[in-house]
Design a protein around this ligand. Structure first.
Ligand SMILES: [Zn+2]
Length: 226
């Protein structure tokens, strides 16, 4: 009852298209749930996503849940998770993504989920790490534990937009540090981030944990630019 009154005063809107939500809808309207572009997980390789990783390191899978386009509904969603404090939205979408993963016969594959660590300074400013929120949702639906310590972001890298791929990659070499390698030794680690553009950050972290003893590395971005 109280929720209904609140909704009359402050109608809840879809995080993707801003239309008013029905009582039965949560975070997203049914139309957006159906229409948001999802390329599918475990795509046959090579594909546009794997090409961002192929040749840089040995890895197992590369997934993205949504396709990101400039000015599109997915960008609007990601913006709110990243900059507007929509942590619950991150968990909700992570949970959905995990539920889709569950439809594939992969359950034995990943031992740990590693959200891309954020620099402590930035976490203090923002109050949360959006990759961690997404990872929490994925973990909830897949039951794969999250690794949230033992790997740190030690450099607060600046925007690398103007550098080429090779330069970006080298600039990111010392961004992450593994202080507790025994946590990942022999494990297949699924690295999770919110948005993937070139994949350079994920690759830098992937290489770092592989060198530190991870048995296998896979990547999952909630949204990726094709
Ligand atoms: Zn909508």
């Amino acid at each position: 009852m109280f929720k209904r009154i609140l909704q009359l005063l402050y109608p809840e809107v879809c995080f993707a298209c801003s239309n008013t939500l029905l009582d039965s809808e949560e975070f997203l309207c049914t139309r957006c749930r159906l229409e948001l572009p999802r390329p599918g997980l475990f795509l046959p390789r090579p594909n546009w996503l794997s090409l961002k990783f192929d040749g840089w390191m040995e890895y197992e899978d590369a997934h993205c849940f949504f396709l990101f386009s400039e000015g599109g509904r997915v960008q609007h969603l990601m913006h709110q998770i990243k900059y507007q404090g929509a942590q619950e939205l991150g968990r909700f979408l992570g949970f959905w993504c995990g539920a889709e993963l569950n439809k594939y016969n992969w359950s034995q594959e990943y031992d740990l989920i590693l959200p891309i660590p954020m620099h402590s300074q930035r976490t203090r400013l923002r109050g949360y790490n959006q990759a961690h929120c997404i990872a929490e949702g994925i973990s909830k639906s897949t039951q794969i534990p999250i690794l949230s310590h033992g790997i740190e972001r030690v450099k607060n890298s600046q925007t690398l937009i103007h550098q080429n791929r090779q330069d970006r990659f080298h600039a990111l070499e010392d961004v992450f540090s593994v202080s507790n390698p025994e946590l990942i030794q022999g494990k297949h680690v699924l690295i999770v981030d919110d948005t993937l553009t070139t994949g350079a950050t994920m690759l830098a972290l992937g290489q770092k944990i592989k060198t530190a003893g991870a048995r296998q590395v896979s990547f999952l971005a909630l949204a990726a630019l094709q």
